[in-house]
Design a protein around this ligand. Structure first.
Ligand code: FE2
Ligand code: FE2
Length: 202
């Protein structure tokens, strides 16, 4: 008779491009990604997922505006005005979310799950990289703001599209890896955490 294997079960990340080590996913045994849609609506984990959904939506709107202009489905005036408006709201939202994670949420999550410390180092590094990308995009947006409504600049629109695509690739990867690391911790710990702190979670 074969003895049962003593090896710990391996848990798969929620997406194929994950940069997380398999042994950082041990909490997926209790809170696998398949169960996230059923998490309590107003709990910290569901609220975190909702925040990320709104960030994906904002980034997606910017990508769509850029694609529509390049495909000549949008004229320069509408493209310029709408891109500047959506970008101002979206990047303010994204910056505020990352700042809250850096200052409040990640330090506390690290305390709750010291085994995930290296995962949080990866997410911290992402925040730095994404901030650099946002600065590049903000510089291009400042150029766009200077352009008149009646003077299309195809080269500037192409540079912005390139920067937005690069930003999307990193942002979506970051959000997915962060969810794989953070959502199970929040789902398991949010109630005692909330009871013992005055600081906002998200
Ligand atoms: Fe983050
Ligand atoms: Fe986040």
């Amino acid at each position: 008779m074969t003895a049962p294997s003593a090896a710990a079960p391996a848990f798969a990340p929620s997406h194929p491009d994950s940069r997380l080590a398999a042994d950082w996913l041990f909490l997926h045994a209790q809170v696998p990604p398949a169960k996230w849609p059923a998490l309590p609506s107003f709990g910290a984990a569901a609220s975190w997922l909702g925040m990320h959904a709104s960030l994906r939506k904002g980034q997606g709107e910017l990508e769509q505006l850029s694609r529509d202009y390049l495909a000549q489905r949008l004229d320069w005036r509408d493209y310029r005005q709408r891109l500047l408006q959506v970008a101002a709201l979206h990047y303010s939202h994204l910056h505020g979310h990352h700042r809250n994670e850096d200052v409040h949420a990640f330090p506390r999550l690290r305390q709750l799950q010291p085994r995930l410390a290296r995962g949080f180092e990866l997410l911290d590094a992402d925040h730095g990289h994404i901030e650099q990308q946002i600065r590049r995009i903000q510089d291009l947006l400042a150029d766009l703001r200077q352009r008149p409504d009646n003077a299309p600049d195809a080269a500037l629109a192409a540079r912005l599209d390139d920067a937005l695509r690069d930003g999307s690739r990193w942002l979506y990867l970051h959000l997915m890896d962060e969810e794989d690391l953070v959502i199970p911790v929040l789902a398991l710990e949010s109630e005692p955490w909330r009871a013992n702190t005055a600081s906002p979670l998200i």
